[in-house]
Design a protein around this ligand. Structure first.
Ligand code: PMT
Length: 229
């Protein structure tokens, strides 16, 4: 039988949210369920790739044949990504990484201050994981995601350039029934064409597993086109 499409490729995928501790009992996070990233992992294995899945805290089972590294915070996800990136051919950033973490994690549970009607948390920026991977001396081929609520093409195009990525998959996270936590999603893929122009390719609404396979097939065409022969 024919060689599977992604045979010989090692693909690292980040998935899920990160959790940024406030104190021993509280954290900052977001609504990512991990479904999109886990669907990519499952689809990539089915297409013959070796897959390392770097996952934030989610309740999903590891797809068969996938090597999984569990992390909690953005800093832990960065460490796992830096460990994996030198050995992989593609790096896909599907995780919803918290942009900020607490400047200082409280050692003890913060007490409610009964004389104040408000409370201020001091946040500092987290490192950009996929940008760090893309900035390596010999980077893997990188695919980012962009969760946007408006101006999809402009914001996704900005992220593609700013983070130095090869491709970005944008989702409109305001579309009802799609995106965060949902079974289905829709994506628009953006990458640079022969000139500097932005090329887009729409993957219409379907189940995340099927969408993941369509994304990987399109990405493989792009990857082949950009590889030196
Ligand atoms: O997990 P699900 O419930 O299935 O939902 C899927 C999803 C909506 C989370 C997914 O499809 C998605 O859009 N993931 C990216 C969400 C996001 O955080 O996008 P962003 O626009 O904030 O980040 C852009 C890119 O940079 C992403 O590839 C992200 O992984 C990466 N990033 C962001 C910040 C950071 N500090 N480090 C990063 O690597």
């Amino acid at each position: 039988s024919a060689t599977p499409l992604l045979h010989g490729l090692h693909i690292a995928i980040t998935a899920g949210p990160t959790r940024e501790a406030i104190d021993p009992v509280r954290y900052l996070s977001n609504h990512s369920s991990g479904r999109m990233g886990f669907a990519l992992a499952e689809a990539a294995v089915a297409l013959g790739a070796r897959v390392t899945l770097i996952s934030g805290p989610v309740t999903l089972e590891t797809p068969a044949g996938v090597e999984r590294i569990d992390v909690v915070s953005a800093l832990e996800m960065l460490a796992a990504a830096e460990q994996t990136a030198p050995h992989c051919d593609w790096f896909i950033g599907c995780a919803a990484v918290a942009d900020y973490r607490l400047a200082q994690i409280s050692e003890h549970k913060l007490k409610k201050q009964s004389d104040h009607g408000a409370m201020t948390l001091h946040l500092i920026e987290n490192p950009d994981i996929i940008a760090a991977v893309a900035a390596r001396p010999t980077p893997p081929w990188t695919i980012g995601f962009a969760a946007e609520t408006r101006e999809l093409a402009q914001y996704a195009g900005d992220k593609l350039r700013r983070k130095g990525l090869d491709m970005i998959a944008a989702n409109d996270v305001t579309a009802p029934g799609l995106g965060f936590g949902a079974e289905e999603n829709a994506l628009t893929l953006y990458h640079h064409g022969e000139g500097a122009e932005l090329v887009s390719h729409v993957l219409p609404t379907c189940h995340k597993r099927a969408l993941a396979e369509a994304l990987l097939r399109y990405a493989h065409d792009r990857y082949r086109a950009h590889q030196p022969r």
